[in-house]
Design a protein around this ligand. Structure first.
Ligand code: CS2
Length: 488
């Protein structure tokens, strides 16, 4: 491998144009930073970074380069810095385009190691958008959805230390911005949360409410006047990169790219049209600006993500390694479709111009993409954070309508069995990767061997199920039924 030169600006220039890959659509050397992106994981690099590059190319702009912040580990910085920020997006599956080298990421900052630089970057007048993909748990919400002030890192950020949480970085950056008269800015959440923009605005205000009033109230006024928090729905399936993926890119480029990301050909972005200042022409790259993002968001979270989780838990339990393999299991395919048709569809307000049956078929086609190798255990992680967003809204809406959501309950039971069994049908360990892992293990220990006790102990984790769901007898009974079968 060492005989292959590393990807970078010079290496790319030496390569010249090559029909088998697409070079950056903009000149990376000419770009200036206009976006700070908190959480520069694979998803961002395969989604917003691509949209932003195409938008700049289409609009003839060079001022929306991205400064990405890697929050917890230095790995993305270590991958991209030696490569001048360049990396390849490798599409897999029907309709895949040639590998694309992306040049829109111009800086990578390490949040935990250098929080002051992150704050400075947010306060830079040239920055007009601060976007986020920090996953559900990155928001540090408590059981009621408010900022979790009992979280030691949140508490430390409130105490004025160098901010280590996302909300802390954001508030300190906005504070610096207001002091420096750096101008209005849009804060754009791109995570899979219901009403992600409103959620984030709420958390920023929770943070402010916990600060001394003399600091907080002028800042709150400035934020009200100068900051917007649009919601957005993002969609692209991005499995974890493997050595095979990097080898395939090496074969095409003749260069070693440690920052490869893999994605399906499909990509979608629906953004609430509520910006504080200028925005990249993302619409020229295929994104949609709308006044009604909420309907799109629930369609995506309740149809796609909920079905993804159902396939992940039930599939992993049965020993299927990938989502495509789970869907190739006839029983699971029937269940996946039934979840969307019987439980989810009746709860949705369908956005104008969307054909829901077509959407459903497309979701299943995308999941069936065998070239993606999206692992069930990857989708299974962080269940405590994902269930409320993707499944429990459907459960509550159906119960309120007097119906028992059997398939959604099966997905929840699948999660319970996944957590409780710890092994798949072939005896292989199922990893429990979840911020509440300790609590989950304790709940499972209480209920061991008895489906009723197991369901009750998990159902009483209020951060996940609220105070209302354990009281729903019909739902509980169906859960016990399913769990008894899945843990037998
Ligand atoms: C998946 C999502 O890992 C997961 O939980 O459901 O990451 C999904 O692939 C994306 O939301 C698709 O847009």
């Amino acid at each position: 491998m060492s005989d292959v030169p590393r990807l970078g600006l010079d290496a790319l220039e030496r390569l010249g144009r090559n029909a088998t890959f697409t070079p950056p659509e903009v000149d990376p050397r000419a770009l200036r930073v206009g976006v700070v992106h908190l959480g520069i994981g694979a998803f961002h690099r395969a989604h917003q970074a691509v949209f932003t590059e195409l938008a700049m190319a289409a609009a003839g702009r060079d001022d929306w380069g991205i400064a990405g912040v890697t929050q917890r580990s230095t790995s993305v910085r270590d991958q991209l810095k030696p490569q001048d920020g360049l990396y390849t997006v490798l599409e897999r599956g029907p309709g895949a385009a040639p590998p694309r080298v992306v040049g829109s990421v111009r800086e990578v900052l390490f949040g935990a190691g250098d929080p002051a630089t992150v704050v400075d970057r947010i306060a830079d007048p040239a920055v007009r958008v601060v976007a986020l993909t920090v996953t559900e748990k990155g928001y540090r919400r408590d059981g009621t959805g408010r900022l979790d002030r009992s979280d030691p890192e949140v508490a430390a950020d409130l105490g004025g230390g160098p901010p280590r949480t996302v909300v802390g970085q954001l508030v300190r950056g906005l504070q610096r911005r207001s002091a420096g008269a750096a101008g209005p800015v849009t804060v754009l959440s791109c995570d899979n949360l219901v009403g992600n923009g409103q959620v984030l605005r709420g958390l920023v205000h929770d943070f402010l409410d916990a600060l001394p009033a003399a600091d907080a109230s002028p800042l709150a006024d400035w934020i009200a006047a100068s900051v917007r928090f649009p919601s957005s729905m993002v969609d692209r399936i991005v499995p974890a990169t493997t050595d095979d993926d990097r080898a395939d890119v090496r074969a095409v480029l003749g260069l070693d790219d440690r920052g490869v990301v893999v994605a399906e050909p499909f990509r979608q972005w629906v953004i609430e049209d509520d910006f504080a200042a200028e925005r990249p022409a993302w619409d020229l790259a295929g994104a949609v600006f709308t006044d009604d993002v909420a309907a799109w968001e629930s369609v995506k979270l309740r149809m796609l993500n909920a079905t993804h989780s159902l396939l992940a838990y039930l599939g992993a339990l049965r020993g299927h390694d990938t989502i495509a393999a789970a869907l190739a299991d006839d029983e699971l395919a029937v269940t996946a479709e039934a979840l969307m048709i019987e439980d989810v569809a009746p709860t949705l307000r369908v956005p104008d111009g969307l054909d829901l049956a077509g959407y459903r078929r497309q979701v299943l086609e995308r999941f069936a993409n065998p070239a993606l190798r999206h692992r069930t255990v990857q989708v299974a992680m962080d269940g405590s954070q994902k269930l409320p967003v993707r499944l429990l809204g459907t459960v509550r809406d159906r119960l309120a309508a007097g119906a028992i959501p059997r398939q959604a309950a099966l997905a929840v039971a699948g999660w319970m069995a996944y957590v409780a069994n710890g092994r798949d049908a072939r005896g292989r360990e199922l990893p429990l990767d979840d911020p509440l892992a300790g609590r989950l293990r304790a709940a499972v220990a209480v209920g061991a061997g008895d489906p009723k006790r197991l369901v009750d102990s998990l159902l009483h984790i209020e951060e996940i199920f609220g105070a209302d769901l354990p009281e729903q007898e019909g739902f509980r009974a169906v859960l016990i039924d399913h769990v008894a079968r899945l843990t037998a």
